[in-house]
Design a protein around this ligand. Structure first.
Ligand code: ATP
Length: 356
């Protein structure tokens, strides 16, 4: 049985639907991200789980108990927000112990638990400091310690890294995930950053305009996007507009390629989606498809060289590894790119839905 269940949740504000139908089962100890552009309803869904909003329809269950109408403080949930929400007039230690004090825990017990939490976030030496004496990253670690100190049943993280600079963001990602695994705490993480979601999550819920577009592991979301929205929102993608032909054939820029096109009627418009790393300038047994085009641009990125090439009306990005013995081909050169039929995602050109 799942630990956190969201069942048929909908939410409208003043008649405007913000969440259309949300169903999700989260296992105990699982780390699930809500990923989507600004305004798609991620925070609203999180606030419904936290109890700060009541859904217009549907239910939220934690450990089998219906908490839809339970007030936030009775749900045993920990929360960390984007902005540092530490109490400015309290020391780090008092901030971390705040929830424990509210819960009526004894002084000695609070002291021990606070020390344990500060050890976990590797900041035991900052116990007597005030929030203004901490860096942004340290403040967010304290906010995390404060959220998990009362042993919440579910941890909710609302873009906790987005106010930090890039380097700290990456190291905190790893720290949060390590801590979450160690404590085995069921976690929902809201982000609009696909790299964050891909690198941290057990599963990702991709959202757009109040809808769940796809739920899956980072591997599935990246490699098997089920809609055009998911395909283009997560990762870099090249799109080829074409026409389905007989069998598994597709005509692109006057050339025939092979792709899995189940359900696509011959003559119908399809879009083939390809990741830059699925394309190569060298053929092999798997990469049976060839497209001839012209190089438009070459970006030397270090270990990777990203080539942009045109095929009729379409453009693709091709990632090749840097080869110190061979400089990349110049712009304007004719080029053949090769790819495997298995690496092509075939989407319906009109609806954006996957043909897989
Ligand atoms: P962001 O990443 O920008 O926070 P989000 O995906 O978390 O976006 P939400 O904050 O859930 O999106 O907002 C979804 C939509 O609901 C937005 O259009 C927002 O303006 C609207 N909305 C959110 N809260 C309220 C409210 N209390 N009253 C009216 N509209 C609201």
């Amino acid at each position: 049985m799942s630990f956190l269940t969201i069942e048929g949740v909908r939410k409208s504000f003043n008649g405007t639907p913000v969440l259309r139908e949300f169903d999700l089962s989260v296992e105990r100890g699982e780390f699930v991200s809500f990923l989507g552009p600004s305004g798609c309803g991620k925070t609203t869904m999180l606030r419904i789980v936290a109890g700060f909003e009541t859904p217009s329809a549907g239910r939220v269950l934690i450990a089998g108990e219906d908490v839809t109408l339970t007030p936030p403080n009775a749900r045993r949930i920990g929360m960390v927000f984007q902005a540092y929400a530490l109490f400015p007039n309290m020391t780090v230690g008092d901030n971390v112990g705040f929830g424990l004090k509210i819960a009526g825990m004894g002084k000695a017990e609070i002291g021990a638990r606070v020390d344990e939490m500060l050890r976990l976030i590797k900041l035991p030496h900052l116990k007597d400091r005030y929030p203004y004496q901490l860096s942004g990253g340290q403040q967010q670690r304290v906010a995390l310690a404060r959220a998990i100190a009362p042993k919440p049943r579910v941890l909710l993280l609302d873009e906790p890294l987005s106010a930090l600079d890039a380097k700290i963001r990456v190291s905190l990602r790893e720290e949060i995930r390590e801590l979450q695994r160690e404590l085995g705490i069921t976690t929902i993480f809201v982000t609009h950053d696909q790299e964050e979601a891909l690198s941290m999550s057990d599963r990702i819920v991709v959202m757009s305009e109040g809808r769940m577009e796809q739920v899956g592991t980072p591997f599935e979301i990246y490699n098997r996007p089920r809609t055009r929205f998911v395909a283009s929102f997560v990762g870099t993608l090249g799109l080829l507009e074409g026409e389905a032909a007989q069998g598994d054939r597709v005509i692109v820029a006057g050339q025939e390629v092979q792709a899995e096109t189940p359900g696509a009627a011959p003559g119908s418009r399809v879009t083939l989606a390809l990741r830059p790393e699925a394309l190569s300038l060298q053929p092999n047994l798997d990469r049976r498809n060839r497209l001839n085009g012209e190089i438009v641009d070459v970006a030397f990125l270090g270990s990777v060289v990203r080539i942009r090439a045109r095929f009729g009306e379409n453009e693709l990005l091709i990632d090749t590894f840097n080869d110190p013995a061979a400089p990349p081909p110049p712009r304007g050169d004719k080029v053949s790119v090769y790819f495997s039929p298995d690496d092509v995602q075939c989407l319906d050109a009109a609806t954006g839905a996957s043909h897989r």
